[in-house]
Write a protein that binds this ligand. Structure first.
Ligand code: ZN
Ligand code: ZN
Length: 278
């Protein structure tokens, strides 16, 4: 069983990979299952039918937008049927949650039935964590702790998701390199205790190599804490935006999880985890 549970398509503002091409490539790669998880980032992107402007623009100078949900889900349904004998296709989204946008995500969750939702944190107070602006005037410890404090708040107040995406993604963008876990371990413990108590999971995101992150994403230290706290639900996803990312290192990720003492990884159907032996 080979499944990729973090897959972007041209419905995401940062991706031009057509959905049907992703499916054809996934079949060619021998993947048994994929879950589409295109972007929603309220606060920094407009909805498909929303007027207004955004801080960032696309190459044509237009405001950047979230996934066009009606078209996206309709196309997934069409292709699910078309390719049903060759691959299982699941419906998901990647929510870029922030405390100031939780209501909008709740409404979105109630509008479209999905199999799987990644709870990611890409911004704090509408500022992208990859921008120098986010780090300005803050020490490395401060901007890292602010990021984890926001995750702690969003997992406390928002429960309609499946797994926490790329938990230490701050490491992808930090020009100082990854901050030692000891500086924010207390927050990681608090976050993971809530995740486990809510029967949610975490994701092992195999894009670490592409972002030049030396450890795994999240790092082995965080995976070990999750395991020690009794965490069992883990999905594996490539965070693919291009053909060469799709299905990348999924088998290797399974080996890593086994070495850390995990026994299962998960896929999802209608927001319920399905466990598979590693
Ligand atoms: Zn993400
Ligand atoms: Zn993603």
């Amino acid at each position: 069983m080979l499944a990729d549970y973090h897959v972007h398509t041209a419905f995401s503002d940062d991706c031009v990979y057509p959905m049907e091409d992703v499916i054809k490539d996934a079949i060619a790669l021998g993947l048994d299952e994929i879950c589409f998880t295109d972007h929603v980032d309220y606060g920094v992107k407009l909805d498909y039918n929303e007027e207004g402007d955004t801080f960032k623009h696309d190459k044509n100078g237009n405001p950047i937008r979230n996934t066009n949900y009606p078209e996206y889900f309709a196309l997934i349904e069409k292709l699910q049927e078309q390719y049903k004998d060759q691959i299982t296709i699941r419906k998901g989204l990647e929510f870029g949650l922030q405390m100031n946008t939780l209501d909008k995500y709740q409404k979105l969750y109630e509008t479209y039935p999905m199999d799987f939702i990644i709870h990611s944190n890409h911004q704090v107070n509408d500022i992208e964590i990859y921008l120098p602006q986010y780090r300005e005037g803050r020490t490395q410890i401060e901007y890292n702790r602010i990021y984890y404090e926001e995750i702690l708040r969003t997992v406390t107040h928002y429960k309609n998701y499946s797994v926490l995406g790329h938990l230490d993604s701050m490491n992808r963008y930090d020009p100082e390199g990854a901050l030692d876990l000891s500086y924010f371990e207390d927050l990681v413990y608090e976050i993971l205790k809530i995740v486990i108590n809510d029967n949610k999971g975490i994701e092992l995101n195999t894009a670490n190599i592409r972002y030049h992150v030396k450890d795994l994403t999240p790092c082995r230290g965080i995976l070990k804490i999750y395991h020690d706290l009794g965490g069992k639900i883990i999905t594996i996803g490539s965070d693919s935006h291009k053909r060469e990312h799709l299905g990348f290192n999924i088998e290797k990720a399974k080996e890593e999880l086994k070495n850390l003492g995990f026994e299962y990884y998960c896929t999802y159907s209608k927001m319920e985890p399905i466990f598979h032996k590693l």
